[in-house]
Design a protein around this ligand. Structure first.
Ligand code: FAD
Ligand code: EPU
Length: 335
């Protein structure tokens, strides 16, 4: 295992920010991870695909990239397959592997960048499905007690873009592998957003998990910037959950405000819409910007510094609070 020193992180994150890491190493097994943990006295950051991170400064410690690979069917029962994937597996390739093998349930999560290991961290979600809907368990290494712990769904405290690993256990565990409970017979979710319209455009009559995956890939490609071309980390903010009173107050002036009522009586509204109303969509200062096709996505056109992107995020938060009295919260992990 090679430990590199003072390297640029530009190729390792989807934002393409040229911050430096004092030390950098990839690990391909638990043993290698243990060696790294013993070696380092400095702060440690686990890296997956780098698609939900913004470095606002150089990192003075060790960046350890999880490169543990492997996928296996561990058991099956009447209705489900239990598929275990190592943390270093690329998420979208894993989704396609499951589709190829008729393991159903991940199709709506097609084309989300990043690796399997980070997927439970923020309970990744898209098009009406979240990881928690297909999650069975995971194994994670505790950095201080140096043992492997097993987590079931109830232990993970999954919420909208939340889990224990993003909150009370932040930076304490390294997720090693995740087991998913995937259906033998497909249970298709097409109600969300533009899926049905896209399937109609594709002239699909016989809807399958594969065709849903293809429709979602087309929708995502049409509105989200490809990180290989324009640096970004997907939605920069979470969609805010607000009270019905506040929602109705805004709605009186802006009848078109999107709103999704939640079971707890509150309403989730669209951060992208709020940001667009504040005039930020397409805004650019230097190489930091707010994407022209999706205002929720902040972008690096080339040489932006992480601090500049984060400063833009701050200005957006301020203007949305001032205009709508709604507090936006960053979804991206700021380092
Ligand atoms: P990284 O960015 O490498 O890491 C993210 C965080 O997890 C960091 O804090 C890191 O320290 C920690 N971490 C990583 N691996 C581990 C591990 N094995 N153990 C412990 N901690 C770990 N997200 C969605 O939910 N839905 C979407 O639709 C979506 N669309 C996106 C579209 C684009 C174009 C982009 C760029 C991003 C999008 N995202 C979306 C965000 C991102 O893809 C997810 O958050 C993804 O799960 C991040 O995975 P990663 O491997 O890149 O994590
Ligand atoms: N909207 C605008 N202007 C914009 C952007 C959006 O008015 O510039 C409006 C849209 O018209 C629509 C609503 O906002 O009425 C929602 O937009 P969209 O369907 O594009 O989804 P989103 O809420 O912006 C969320 C997730 C995405 C996920 C999609 C699909 C969050 C923070 N983001 O985006 O996840 O892929 O739904 O399910 O929940 C991510 O987390 O990184 C991410 C990309």
């Amino acid at each position: 295992m090679k430990i590199q020193k003072n390297i640029s992180l530009k190729p390792y994150t989807s934002f393409g920010i040229d911050a430096k890491a004092a030390f950098f190493a990839g690990f391909t097994s638990l043993t290698e991870l243990e060696e790294l943990v013993d070696y380092t006295k400095s702060p440690l950051l686990i890296l997956g695909g780098g698609s939900n991170l913004l470095f606002t400064q150089d990192f003075q410690g060790l960046i350890a990239r999880n490169e543990i690979n492997g996928i296996q069917l561990i058991k099956e029962d009447a209705n489900f397959y239990y598929i275990n994937a190592a943390a270093g597996e690329n998420w979208h390739r894993f989704v396609l592997y499951c589709l190829d093998n008729n393991y159903f349930g991940l199709e709506n999560l097609s084309l989300i960048p990043g690796n399997v290991g980070a997927s439970p961290l923020q309970n990744i979600g898209a098009y009406g499905v979240e990881i928690k809907d297909v999650f069975h368990s995971l194994e994670a290494y505790h950095l201080t007690d140096k043992t492997v712990h097993q987590f079931e769904a109830k232990d993970c405290e999954f919420g909208y873009r939340e889990s224990v690993f993003k909150n009370k256990f932040r930076n304490q565990f390294v997720i090693l592998n995740v087991t998913f409970r995937l259906r033998k017979n497909s249970d298709l979710h097409i109600a969300y957003g533009a899926i049905e319209q896209e399937l109609a455009k594709m002239h699909i009559k016989d809807i399958t998990a594969r065709s849903i995956s293809e429709a979602i890939i087309r929708i995502r490609t049409s509105k989200l910037p490809d990180p290989k071309v324009i640096g970004n980390a997907g939605s920069f903010f979470k969609n805010p959950v607000i009270s019905t009173q506040l929602f109705e107050k805004i709605q009186m002036q802006y009848p078109e405000i999107p709103g999704y009522p939640l079971q707890n009586g509150q309403i989730k509204t669209a951060a992208g819409w709020l940001i667009e109303q504040c005039g930020w969509k397409g805004y650019r200062k230097g190489d930091a910007g707010c994407y022209e096709k999706q205002a929720l996505v902040l972008v690096n056109y080339g040489k932006a510094k992480g601090a500049e992107i984060n400063e833009l995020a701050g200005s957006i938060i301020e203007s949305v609070a001032k205009k709508f009295n709604v507090q936006l919260e960053r979804e991206v992990n700021i380092i």
